[in-house]
Design a protein around this ligand. Structure first.
Ligand code: BGC
Length: 424
């Protein structure tokens, strides 16, 4: 399923679908937009509810097409079958290079009119705008910027075990011992491939730095992938299992966050959608929970941008509604409320950040610093860094290595390099 572009019969089936007709003459009519997304946790559902309300306030109808499953793997599978049957939704959450894969299939609509009216070229950082265009035309709209390399903690639990927020892996393992002794799970985790990959990419960033991370996950440089640095990162990654509990296989990420919220676990390494869960539980950043960059990644920022790609539509009313959705997403009102609930920072950097909590302010500042210092890197685990077929192969290797005892770190590194060589 992941190798959409390479699977020729599917590609042909998709290319055979008819494109939409010409745009109607500008009159605003109420229409329905079907929106595919994977925002089903407590915090996520509250956040996406804002968008639905804004759209409905303009008289359009929101048809919810939520497919549960963190990081959207199930949502992407469902989207592919809907597209194959010639019936894609009007809007779908599609992130990173996959926007280009869908653009190449000729299925995405043109948002240039909305973009021009909203001055998206001026509003968006070039790197973000670039991701939203296919063949020079806007086909998608960015919702937010998530930071992935975060460590979350329950301060009461840390204090009870007499430990501080760890800033190195050595401190993390030492804190782990004290936390276990005090009866807590040191690190909450959900054993699903994307969560394993989320943890792994942060360890790679920590041990190799941002240049190494880019060589490995963006350039798919085989030497970097099978280097001693990668083997060390794989070793530390696997050692982190010592800090986890037996209930982790298959656990959803928000249930892992729930363990930190309830004080059963001390910490979680997860993107800042976890902050949406703390917020939904009425907890205050800095008081009831703490955030810090993953040990050793203070100077870097792993970004994950959520966006909605818009499919070609024939019906002019549906098209009006789709354009309204695209416009609303970048308007200040939505950007502020949504991102406060979601845990992310706005996609447009010009917004006044009053009302955002300390973790969001730190994220905004670190994003800008990382951009200036060239330490801003795309998330491998969240579809930002590489083609979807390569990402799928990496997920398999990472998760098999993490969860079984029959693959050594050297072998895992070698397999990553092999997977990269097949991709080039
Ligand atoms: C998305 C987030 C989402 C998270 C968990 C990430 O890939 O970018 O918006 O909250 O997955 O589902």
């Amino acid at each position: 399923m992941r190798a959409l572009m390479r699977f020729t019969p599917l590609r042909h089936a998709l290319l055979g679908l008819t494109a939409a007709g010409a745009l109607g003459a500008g009159q605003v009519q109420a229409g329905e937009v079907e929106v595919l997304h994977w925002w089903t946790s407590g915090g996520e559902a509250k956040a996406v509810g804002e968008l639905r309300d804004l759209l409905e306030a303009e008289g359009h109808q929101w048809k919810d097409f939520a497919v549960a499953g963190g990081a959207g793997d199930s949502a992407m599978t469902v989207l592919k079958s809907r597209a194959m049957s010639g019936n894609p939704p009007a809007a779908a959450q599609i992130n990173g290079p996959e926007i280009q894969e869908w653009g190449e299939l000729g299925l995405l609509g043109n948002l240039d009119g909305v973009a021009e009216q909203g001055d998206w070229d001026a509003l968006l950082p070039e790197v973000v705008a670039d991701m939203m265009r296919h063949d020079g035309h806007y086909v998608a709209v960015p919702v937010n910027v998530h930071r992935v390399n975060w460590l979350w903690a329950n301060p009461e639990v840390l204090a009870d075990a007499g430990v501080e927020m760890p800033t190195t892996w050595d401190e993390m393992f030492a804190a782990g011992d004290a936390l276990r002794e005090a009866g807590y799970v040191p690190l909450a985790h959900g054993g699903q491939p994307w969560q394993d990959a989320t943890l792994f990419e942060s360890v790679v960033l920590s041990q190799g730095g941002s240049d190494f991370y880019r060589r490995a996950f963006v350039d798919l440089d085989e030497q970097a992938l099978e280097s001693d640095t990668m083997i060390e990162a794989l070793t530390t990654f696997k050692r982190l299992r010592e800090l986890m509990d037996e209930g982790m296989p298959g656990r959803d990420w928000n249930l892992a966050t729930g363990m930190v919220i309830d004080g059963d676990a001390a910490m979680q390494i997860m993107g800042d959608w976890a902050k949406g869960e703390f917020t939904a539980a009425d907890m205050q950043a800095g008081e009831d929970y703490r955030c810090a960059p993953v040990p050793g990644t203070e100077d870097a920022f792993t970004f994950n941008i959520d966006s909605f790609a818009m499919f070609k539509l024939g019906d002019p009313e549906a098209r009006e509604a789709q354009f309204a959705l695209a416009r609303l997403i970048l308007e200040p009102e939505f950007q502020k409320t949504f991102n406060q609930l979601k845990g992310s920072i706005p996609a447009r950097p010009d917004l006044d950040m009053s009302g955002f909590d300390d973790c969001a302010l730190r994220s905004m500042e670190d994003f800008q610093d990382a951009r200036d210092a060239d330490t801003l890197v795309p998330s491998m685990a969240h579809r930002m860094a590489m083609r979807s077929d390569v990402q799928g192969a990496f997920f398999d290797i990472i998760t098999n290595y993490f969860n079984s005892s029959d693959m050594s770190a050297d072998q895992a590194a070698e397999r990553l390099a092999q997977a990269a060589s097949l991709a080039l």
